[in-house]
Ligand binder design. Structure first.
Ligand code: PLP
Length: 438
């Protein structure tokens, strides 16, 4: 990667006279010096533009749409506040994500609570806080949630997450809408119909609609079309057979982003065209009243806004084989290359214009041979102290981060107009041992 590709880097990325990467008006090399590395930088303008793009593209085609950010891509209270300002809801999958939303005083009625094995304590918390929707994922949850709602004397609005049996052609670890998945209630086995009957007879559940999520990232449009067709046909049958009115429908998330130069994703407008036309078409045929449409992008909201900064340390050249450039982070803060074979670009943020380049492999500092961040990437000759920037790092890196090798997790700064706001400080060794008892 020679210059800056603003399809991969944040929209505000540019190069200054010192030949340094600049994001949100901040010199990335100065950010690395000021906050230390590894450092995660989120560009506020890109984040807000992504939120607005999703809202606009869907609302202009289907006014009764609500965009709900899927927190699993990464959430903290500062980002939750920003999403609230942009009018988004939140998709949470645990008591912890719910607590984060609560800390940000996020409106609870705009929260969708997902998960294939929510605990009673989590459901109690959700009902007590008044979350908008619980998305029921299996038959056992119906009785459990009804019990919890009954005990609190409330009726809980729910969606049923169905499994439409459609393959989105993603990595096996990120495919969820096929029959053999731990997520969702299969339509084709008759279990989804059984769930509809049970929910409709539950004293304290209000069945509002249906949901599916196929997997991530989805580069093709057909899986959405096919799954909407299957699910709306099921909705029509349930209306006819059991009187279920579908007031809400969600095709989940899964919207792709660009990580590398050779793999551009579909535009948000294409996803919106496909989903909205499929919904219209399939509501027409069996005459279903058009439901409210709920979209759950995660990666596509935060991915491009985030850049990871690292400092180069040891260099190891194996003649005729490979040159390893090691950095001060790795699989502790970004495990995606190790678990999914995820691909990234990388640049030398302190020598942007340098044309004297070589092919290297960027290795992390963790005690695993598989701790490779980027394999075979062309960058200028790097040496100790140089700053490496890896773009498209906003999604599924920090949320999957660990303290492997007792490494403190990195800090996060939110940047805009040349200002940097620390929204998470670096963990300390003391933080690592906070829960340990001697
Ligand atoms: N909705 C549900 C139910 C999910 O499980 C996920 C991801 O796992 C998403 C939305 C968000 O997916 P993505 O980040 O690919 O948009």
């Amino acid at each position: 990667m020679l210059g800056i590709d603003t399809n991969i880097f944040p929209h505000t990325a540019e190069v200054n006279e010192a030949n340094h990467l600049v994001i949100g008006g901040c010199d990335a090399v100065e950010l690395a010096q000021r906050f230390g590395t590894p450092l995660y930088v989120f560009d506020e303008i890109t984040l807000r533009r992504k939120c607005r793009e999703f809202v606009q593209e869907f609302v202009q085609r289907y006014p009764d749409s609500q965009v709900v950010y899927a927190c699993k891509a990464y959430i903290n209270p500062a980002l939750a506040r920003l999403f609230n300002q942009e009018g988004l809801g939140l998709d949470v999958v645990s008591g912890g994500e719910l607590a984060t939303a609560q800390k940000a005083t996020f409106p609870m009625d705009k929260i969708y609570f997902h998960g294939n094995n929510k605990g009673r304590d989590e459901l109690e918390m959700a009902v007590r806080l008044g979350v908008g929707r619980v998305v029921i994922d299996n038959l056992d949850e119906i009785e459990l949630l009804n019990d919890v709602a009954k005990a609190s004397g409330k009726a809980q609005a729910v969606l049923l997450r169905v499994s439409p049996g459609v393959d989105p052609h993603t990595h096996g670890h990120t495919t969820t809408g096929i029959l053999d998945s731990k997520f969702g209630i299969p339509i084709q086995t008759g279990q989804a119909e059984e769930a509809v009957i049970q929910v409709m007879h539950a004293s304290h559940l209000d069945p509002v609609g249906l949901h599916f999520h196929l997997g991530s990232p989805i580069f093709q449009m057909e899986p959405y079309q096919e799954a909407i067709e299957v699910t709306m046909a099921f909705a029509a049958a349930m209306r006819e057979r059991h009187g279920l009115e579908i007031r809400e429908f969600s095709p989940g998330g899964g919207f792709a982003i660009q990580y590398t130069e050779d793999k551009p994703p579909p535009r948000v407008a294409q996803y919106a065209d496909t989903i909205v036309s499929a919904l219209h078409e399939n509501c027409k045929a069996p005459t279903l009243p058009p439901p409210k449409l709920i979209l759950e992008p995660g990666r596509a909201i935060v991915g491009q806004a985030g850049v990871a900064l690292y400092t180069v340390g040891a260099i190891k050249e194996i003649p005729g084989v490979r040159k390893y450039v090691s950095v001060d982070g790795g699989m502790g803060d970004n495990i995606r290359p190790a678990i999914y074979g995820a691909k990234y670009e990388a640049i030398l943020a302190n020598r942007m214009g340098d044309k004297n380049r070589e092919r290297v492999t960027i290795a992390g500092k963790f005690c695993e041979s598989g701790d490779i961040l980027v394999e075979d990437v062309e960058i200028p000759h790097a040496g100790p102290g140089d700053t490496i920037a890896i773009p498209a790092s906003g999604a599924d890196c920090l949320s999957l981060a660990s303290n492997y090798n007792a490494a403190p997790k990195p800090p996060i700064v939110l940047i805009k107009d040349g200002g940097a706001q620390l929204i998470r400080r670096r963990e300390t060794f003391e933080d690592l041992m906070r829960c340990d008892l001697i």
